[in-house]
Design a protein. Structure first.
Length: 511
């Protein structure tokens, strides 16, 4: 257990870096920030030269790998860090100096317990990417397959464990102050970050996520997930199929290669909707660096460390919310928020519908290219405080991904609108999942499952109430009050009763 003094020292050191980049200015000025936190923020910036425009992403990058990942998590929380900070934190792309190849070689060989040459015919010593947790090298297997090899940075597990422990301690202190800090649930944020990190620090889990996503996306042939080489994958090394494509961030190269960028944008949005709404399992880090256009026009994704999952009931609510916002049915959107428990029942549904209308209607009069999901979500965040809405981590991750996907799609086609492109897919999914045919099908499936359980239910009843045996049924016994005696008198009373019963039975048996 780390001492509180060590946690405080780390926080002050990190706070100093944040202050030098102007990243604590918003915390100091926010009236909802607990007073002790504001004091610490002022102490951290004492004597520092503060830039005119805060550089949040630069600050987290300077602190180190764990902070980069935390910053990416906070980018999903504009309600907590503010819209400006959340937008700037989206710049965090994990670009770090690479680890020397000699260290990477040793890491691979230690992970497999075999020489590198027995695993790969060749490995490029210069990495194609170096991130906060791992770096990637191109390689060729002995069978001649071109692959990408992702290797965890040495010591990264211990570094993240130390940082997360301090984050947890700090979040507990802030949440314990109550008020707005408690509503925003900072401990839940760190717990979500901890789960994401645990998945990313075990590359077998990332491989399993990629494999699961590939199965779920078979109905969307325009979206490609590279195959996993399981024989060359461990907890610290991930080997997957090499992707030859153009990053979606390079629009000029895409056009020069003959790609239809408008079509690519539509495919990307449809792929995201398929993952989030139809399958309930989505790639939650879909920035330009993780998405490629293949020569056949398909879109390929990499880096499956951060994945989101939504159960069917929440997906139905989500689809209805999206479609209600698209069509302007604010009353139904408000009702869903109450049905889902997102808004406490002591609030008024009609008042909440009016608040939603205030967010949605100004967008409906704008030109298509000026409408934005990000702006819509920012407006929704602004009304959460008025209606005591607690944070829903699974929805925040989804919202962050929606904003990210919209940004990539707009880079491909500046005039695309996520609402218009989403409407046909969402409308069809709602009809399929909530229409009369779906209701009848669900009822039939439920009833058949109940019928299938009847034999097992009957067997359980027989076990609980077995058939009578050969002995005659016992006669009814008269109820007799039991005297409860404490202390040593209990043993005397029991002994006397036992002696008396023994004498009676002896006389009866001997006649």
């Amino acid at each position: 257990m780390t001492a509180p003094a060590i946690h405080l020292w780390r926080l002050l050191k990190w706070g100093r870096i944040l202050a030098r980049h102007g990243a604590l200015r918003g915390i100091e000025r926010d009236p909802n920030t607990p007073r002790p936190v504001r004091r610490v923020a002022r102490l951290a910036r004492f004597g520092a030269r503060i830039p005119a425009v805060p550089r949040y992403a630069d600050a987290f990058q300077e602190i180190g790998p764990a902070a980069i990942k935390l910053g990416q998590t906070l980018a999903t929380r504009p309600d907590l860090v503010g819209e400006e900070a959340a937008h700037d934190l989206l710049r965090l792309q994990d670009a770090l100096p690479p680890v020397p190849f000699a260290v990477i070689r040793q890491r691979i060989e230690a992970s497999f317990g075999r020489p590198l040459e027995s695993l790969f015919a060749s490995v490029d010593e210069v990495p194609i990417g170096a991130a906060s947790i791992a770096q990637v090298h191109r390689a060729v297997t002995p069978e001649g397959a071109h692959v990408a090899v992702k290797v965890l940075r040495p010591g990264i597990e211990a570094e993240f464990a130390r940082a997360i422990e301090t984050y947890e301690w700090a979040a507990a202190q802030v949440e314990g102050m109550g008020g707005e800090a408690s509503r925003l649930r900072p401990r839940m944020i760190i717990e979500t970050f901890k789960r994401w990190t645990a998945r990313e620090l075990d590359l077998r889990r990332e491989a399993a996520s990629a494999s699961e996503l590939a199965e779920g996306m078979q109905a969307e042939p325009d979206f490609f997930v590279p195959a996993i080489d399981w024989q060359r994958t461990t907890g610290k090394v991930l080997t997957l199929e090499w992707i030859d494509g153009i990053k979606l961030s390079d629009r000029e190269a895409l056009i020069a290669a003959g790609h239809d960028t408008t079509a690519l944008a539509g495919k990307l949005i449809r792929a995201f909707l398929r993952q989030a709404i139809a399958e309930g399992f989505f790639h939650a880090d879909m920035h330009q660096g993780n998405l490629f256009a293949l020569p056949d026009g398909h879109i390929a994704a990499i880096d499956f460390g951060i994945m989101g999952r939504i159960d069917r009931r929440a997906r139905v609510w989500l689809a209805e919310i999206l479609y209600g916002l698209i069509t302007g049915n604010y009353k139904r959107v408000a009702e869903i928020h109450f049905e889902a428990g997102y808004v406490p029942p002591h609030h008024n549904v009609a008042e909440f519908a009016t608040a939603l209308r205030a967010v949605g209607e100004p967008m409906r009069g704008l030109p298509v290219k000026d409408m934005s999901v990000g702006a819509m979500l920012d407006g929704l965040f602004n009304i959460t405080r008025d209606f005591d809405m607690q944070t829903q981590p699974h929805l925040l991750l989804l919202q962050k991904t929606m904003v990210m996907v919209e940004g990539v799609a707009r880079g491909l086609d500046p005039d695309i609108n996520l609402w218009e492109t989403s409407a046909p897919f969402v409308r069809e999914w709602i009809r399929t999942e909530l229409g009369p045919e779906a209701a009848i099908a669900d009822r039939i499936v439920t009833d058949l499952r109940t019928l299938a359980r009847l034999p097992e239910l009957i067997r359980n009843i027989e076990l609980r109430f077995p058939a009578p045996g050969g002995a005659p049924p016992a006669p009814p016994l008269r109820e007799i009050e039991v005297i409860r005696v404490g202390g040593g008198w209990r043993y005397i009373a029991v002994a006397m009763a036992a002696a008396a019963l023994s004498a009676v039975l002896t006389v009866w048996l001997l006649g």
